[in-house]
Design a protein around this ligand. Structure first.
Ligand code: GLU
Length: 278
C-alpha cells in the first residue's frame, strides 16, 4: 500500500477509529453502555469502609459499592468506571468543572452546598462523633475546649465544631481524615471529629485495633447524598431511581454488611429518597 496515496478523508477516518479504540480501552465492545465509554466518579481514597484505594490499586467501601450500582443503572459496567479522588474541600468545584459525573464521597446534603450542586438521595444517615485514644477521658463535646482537635477542611464536621460544639477547641484542619489519625496516634491531636461511619472504619483497621474508641455522641445528622452538577436534573432523577432499586433489591443491605460489618458500625435504616433529616 502506498501511504502517500491515502486520501485525506481516509486518513481522517483512520485517526478517528484509532481514537475511538483508545478511548474504549481496546475492547471495542461498548454498545449498549448508553453513556459513552467511561464514567468518572468522585469518591474518597482514604476512608476505610467508605471509599478506600487499596494498596493493589483496587477500590473498596460503601460509597464505592453504591456508586458502582448507580453507574450500572446509568449504563456503565464496573470496568468502565474511572475513580477520581474528591477531597472534602474539592467536591463542589469538581462538579462545577465537570471533572466527574457524580460524587459519592460521604457527602452530606446541606442548604449551603445546594446553592452550588444538586443532590440525589439521601442514601445513608450518619452522625458526627469523636474518635479518641482508648484511655482518653474526653466523653463530651464540651471536653474539647482547649484541646487539640483534628478535622478536615471543607467538611460539615469542622464547621459544626467552630459554630456549635467546641468553639474554643484548638482545631487543626487537614486535607483528609487519614492525616488526623497519625496525629491521634502520636498524641499531637487529642480527638478527631467527623461522621461515626468514617470513624468506625478507621478504628477497625488492623493496625489501630484497641487503640482508639468512639465517644458514641450523635452530634449531628449527616444525610449522605450523591452530588451532581447544578442543574443536571436528569442525572439526579436517574440516580434516585437507582438508589430506590438498590434498597428494594437488597443490594443496599449487602453493601452495608460487607462494608460496615467488619467495623461493627450500627447504621441507621435506609433513608427514603428526598427525606433529609435536619
Ligand atoms: N459528611 C461530612 C461532610 O460532608 C463529613 C465527611 C466528609 O468530610 O466527607 O462534610
Amino acid at each position: 500500500m502506498k501511504l502517500r496515496k491515502v486520501s485525506a478523508a481516509a486518513a481522517a477516518a483512520l485517526v478517528l477509529s484509532i481514537t475511538a479504540t483508545a478511548c474504549g480501552g481496546g475492547d471495542g465492545d461498548n454498545e449498549g453502555s448508553g453513556g459513552g465509554d467511561k464514567i468518572k466518579i468522585g469518591i474518597k481514597f482514604d476512608q476505610p469502609g467508605l471509599g478506600l484505594k487499596e494498596p493493589d490499586g483496587s477500590f473498596s467501601g460503601f460509597d464505592v459499592d453504591v456508586a458502582t450500582y448507580v453507574a450500572k443503572e446509568l449504563g456503565y459496567n464496573a470496568d468502565q468506571i474511572e475513580w477520581v479522588e474528591t477531597k472534602s474541600a474539592d467536591r463542589e468545584n469538581a462538579l462545577a468543572r465537570g471533572d466527574v459525573k457524580f460524587i459519592a464521597a460521604t457527602y452530606s446534603i446541606t442548604d449551603e452546598r445546594k446553592q452550588k450542586v444538586d443532590f440525589a438521595g439521601p442514601y445513608l444517615l450518619a452522625h458526627q462523633d469523636l474518635l479518641v485514644k482508648a484511655d482518653s477521658d474526653i466523653t463530651e463535646a464540651t471536653d474539647l475546649n482547649g484541646k487539640n482537635l483534628c478535622s478536615v477542611t471543607g467538611s460539615t464536621s469542622a464547621q459544626n465544631v467552630k459554630k456549635d460544639f467546641a468553639p474554643k477547641a484548638n482545631l487543626k484542619q487537614v486535607g483528609g481524615y487519614s492525616e488526623c489519625i497519625a496525629g491521634l496516634q502520636s498524641g499531637a491531636v487529642d480527638a478527631l471529629t467527623t461522621d461515626d461511619s468514617i470513624l468506625a472504619g478507621f478504628a477497625a483497621q488492623e493496625q489501630y485495633k484497641g487503640k482508639f474508641k468512639l465517644a458514641g455522641l450523635k452530634l449531628s445528622n449527616e444525610n449522605y447524598g450523591i452530588g451532581v452538577k447544578k442543574g443536571d436534573t436528569e442525572t439526579v432523577n436517574k440516580i434516585n431511581a437507582a438508589l430506590e432499586k438498590m434498597v428494594q433489591d437488597k443490594a443496599w443491605d449487602k453493601a452495608v454488611t460487607d462494608n460496615f460489618g467488619p467495623a461493627n458500625y450500627k447504621n441507621e435504616p435506609a433513608p427514603k429518597i428526598g427525606n433529609v433529616v435536619s
